[in-house]
Design a protein around this ligand. Structure first.
Ligand code: RB5
Length: 363
């Protein structure tokens, strides 16, 4: 019989129990993967919970055994991963029923609460008890329905892309936007077709690394996962002239990989002409964003760069680090907070940039 795989993970408070259970499982012939932590140094339980639970949800491991101090935080975090049914068990009775009735795919143990032979017996019971199905399967279908319907519930959608239209404001050295009829029903043709003349940096758009780095990757090389997912919107003080290192330090970017800056730039779009003194991101802040592991940075005017910075250092810093830059956003009506971002650029082959249609959805 092929050996069953089990994935383990813990925080510092569950570390010792994890090590003990790991030896036990290896002795019992299980194939064990351990995502950490690997010491008693303080860590955050959601990090390890997520690593292991996502592998179970993806079908890479049938089951996980996770550990923290009480088991509670880890259980809460694991159950946030769609497809996970995690239970904390303090005895063999609940361990057995969590399998037989709840088909739990994650067992959580509290290192403050169980140890030694009891902990081993809980794990053994949990791993060897099978799901009874029948009326329990029907109940679990209802649990899954709560999860699925919850995910499909749609929050308010914000269109954060600027309309593309003839004569709109563009970067001073970019070609103007013109959209004019190439065929018109009014002129006796069978359909309306327009001819559009725009640059790849028109309105709301993405800058690809190739924009400033010759031969670097184009807009069609950007992995879609970066363009979709959780983003944090900051509505910054309208008096602010520059997003510099000090401003950045005052922002909570914990756990964030996409950030959109709403500034007084929003009011500039009402003008007919390009404005040079828009709010920009300083090079120092760009370095800070890279250091924090940001994947995508957006702002609400035509450039993140200070107008007079001919070295384009903020662009270089971000693009060299592979950070996607989104410019020209319309964040005027979006309250500060976390959203799901959908930011879809035209698939311009090898493009140095491309206009995007971008949305934020309330979470
Ligand atoms: C860490 O002290 C502790 O809070 C954690 O291990 C866990 O018990 C959380 O629920």
């Amino acid at each position: 019989m092929p050996k069953e795989k089990v994935i383990l993970g813990s925080d510092h408070a569950g570390f010792e129990l994890k090590e003990d259970i790991k030896s036990f499982l290896i002795e019992q012939g299980y194939l064990v993967e351990d995502v950490g932590t690997h010491s008693t140094a303080s860590v955050d339980y959601p990090d390890y919970t997520r690593l292991a639970a996502e592998k179970v949800a993806a079908g890479q491991f049938p089951r996980a055994v996770l550990f923290c101090g009480t088991g509670l935080g880890t259980c809460i975090a694991a159950n946030k991963v769609p497809g996970i049914r995690a239970t904390v068990c303090l005895d063999t009775f609940t361990a057995g029923l969590s399998r037989a009735h709840n088909d739990a795919n994650v067992l959580v143990l509290g290192g403050f609460l169980v140890a030694g032979r009891l902990a081993r017996e809980i794990v053994r019971t949990w791993l060897t008890t099978t799901f009874e199905g029948g009326r329990h399967a029907q109940r679990l279908d209802k649990v899954r329905a709560i999860e699925t319907e919850g995910r499909l519930k749609r929050g308010k959608l914000y269109d954060i892309s600027r309309p593309i239209q003839s004569g709109m404001v563009v970067w001073p050295t970019d070609p103007p936007v013109t959209i004019e009829p190439a065929k018109a029903i009014a002129a006796g043709k069978s359909s309306n077709v327009s001819r559009m003349h725009i640059s790849t940096h028109t309105g709301t758009h993405i800058d690809a690394p190739r924009h400033y780095i010759n031969g670097a990757s184009g807009v069609d090389d950007i992995v879609p996962e970066v363009l979709m997912g959780m983003a944090r919107v900051f509505q910054l003080d309208p008096q602010l002239r520059s997003i510099d290192g000090r401003v950045l330090q005052g922002l909570n970017l914990q756990g964030v990989s996409r950030v959109l800056f709403g500034t007084s730039n929003s009011s500039l779009w009402g003008r007919n002409e390009f404005t040079e003194d828009y709010v920009h991101v300083s090079e120092e802040a760009a370095r800070g964003l890279v250091a924090q592991g940001m994947k995508l940075v957006g702002i609400d005017y035509l450039s993140i760069e200070e107008f007079r910075n001919k070295g384009r250092s903020a662009h270089h810093t971000l693009l060299q680090a592979g950070v996607v830059i989104v410019e020209g956003l319309d964040l005027s009506d979006v309250p500060q907070g976390d959203y799901e971002l959908l930011c879809l650029p035209l698939r311009v082959k090898g493009g140095d940039g491309a206009p995007v249609r971008a949305f934020l959805r309330e979470i």
